[in-house]
Design a protein around this ligand. Structure first.
Ligand SMILES: *Cc1c(COP(=O)(O)O)cnc(C)c1O
Length: 399
């Protein structure tokens, strides 16, 4: 029987090609050939979840009250832990009834928010490069995406002045993310003030992804958009337990901010899912209440790896600025080589996996992202292989 008539919906065809698929193929092939892969491609932190979090989950899993459907809006105590965390960290006051919503990981919420707020033809402003959910969610919703090109010259900050007046007027929402994945850039508080003023002026819903809130180094403190006066009326902010607490597999994150915006997302989600297993919410609550000494330990781990890798890259002739946050280095490819060709070559010649910048949109072309997810001995081994394979290095293409 001819089954050509089984075709996915148009909305799937609107998605840009998934660069990771080809990379996965090459990784599988290398593994088959017995190559000892060093995977610095994913943003998946290595290492276990902190012991007190696991223990809290183990106790909670025995409790029958978690065995039924969880409440749609998340447990009251996890929501309270979220709003307490915001108060402690940023001095931001939020109502746990309506201004905080637990999510099955922030990726889900970032994409579903687009479905909840964007109709086909609506205009959304999205930086390029960006975390894929920031443009794939709107693409699934059928929205028109206006790309905001980030450049090294502008320190990877959004150039608000470059947005044409008529585009700003038409735009319904804007996604942004600092500390930034994939560039590792951070934004000063003045930038947050400017973007809030911009969004107020043009009546644009501000969607901030603060997923690297705690992976900040050398005394740098990331800004929450909700700290900026007036922002709470027009913004939501996403955060995740995945990165800081090594909980990527648990699937738990949250969104906070304007209650009307959150209500729209909640209404959509009540039609799609039942929320998070209660025991996982208990675990997440425990994680948010871990003492600062835990955070300092995590930060120190990434600082050590960052400094080690920057120095090793420098010895190879590759100059990469010191990042103040995130778990990534954003490094230029040789001129004239696409980021995917470069990443594929590195993988084939050395067994080291890095992510092509083009996976984060066209604005990521010319760069690859290296994740600080291995210990220094493995990072050192990766660098030794690059040196032995005589991989050519790049200077920033767009400076
Ligand atoms: C890792 C990451 C996320 C997703 O985290 P989950 O909560 O695991 O879905 C969201 N945004 C950015 C920028 C990320 O790097």
């Amino acid at each position: 029987m001819n089954l050509d008539w089984i075709q996915p919906a148009q909305r799937l065809n609107s998605l840009p090609p998934y660069v990771f698929a080809r990379l996965d193929e090459l990784k599988a092939k290398a593994r088959e050939q017995g190559v000892d892969l060093i995977d610095l491609g994913m943003g998946n932190p290595g290492g276990p979840t902190p012991a007190p979090v696991i223990e809290a989950a183990q106790r909670a899993i025995e409790d029958a009250k978690h065995h039924g459907y969880p409440p749609f809006e998340g447990t009251a105590s996890f929501r309270a832990a979220i709003t307490d965390w915001y108060h402690r960290r940023y001095g931001v006051m939020l109502d746990p009834e309506g201004e905080a919503l637990p999510l099955l990981g922030s990726k889900e919420g970032l994409s579903h928010l687009a479905l909840a707020y964007l109709d086909p033809g609506d205009l959304v402003l999205v930086p390029t490069p960006a975390y894929p959910a920031h443009f794939r969610g709107p693409a699934i919703a059928g929205a028109e995406i206006y790309p905001l090109l980030l450049t090294a010259k502008n320190d990877w900050l959004i150039d608000l002045e470059a947005i044409p007046e008529e585009i700003a007027r038409r735009a319904k929402a804007l996604y942004f993310n600092y500390p930034n994945n994939p560039t590792g850039a951070t934004a000063p508080r003045e930038f947050f003030e400017r973007i809030v003023a911009f969004a107020q002026r043009y009546k644009i819903l501000l969607i901030h992804d603060l997923c690297y809130a705690e992976l900040a180094f050398d005394g740098y403190q990331p800004t929450s958009v909700l700290e900026i006066p007036g922002a709470q009326e027009i913004s939501v902010e996403f955060h995740t337990l995945s990165k800081t607490y090594n909980m990527a597999g648990w699937r738990v994150g949250f969104v906070v901010g304007n209650r009307h915006i959150i209500q729209g997302l909640r209404t959509l989600k009540t039609n799609l899912d039942y929320g998070i297993f209660g025991a996982i919410q208990t675990a997440a609550e425990t994680a948010l209440n871990l003492p600062d000494s835990y955070l300092e330990e995590v930060q120190q781990r990434y600082i050590t790896r960052r400094d080690f890798l920057i120095e090793a890259l420098r010895e190879l002739g590759w100059n990469v600025p010191k990042t103040k946050a995130t778990m990534y280095l954003w490094v230029p490819c040789p001129l004239g080589v696409t980021s995917s060709d470069f990443a594929f070559t590195v993988l084939q010649k050395t067994g080291v996996v890095v992510t092509p910048g083009s996976a984060f949109g066209e604005g990521g072309e010319g760069y690859v992202r290296i994740s600080l997810i291995a210990e220094c001995d493995r990072l050192g081994e990766a660098m030794a292989r690059l040196r032995d394979a005589n991989i050519r290095y790049g200077t920033p293409a767009n400076v």
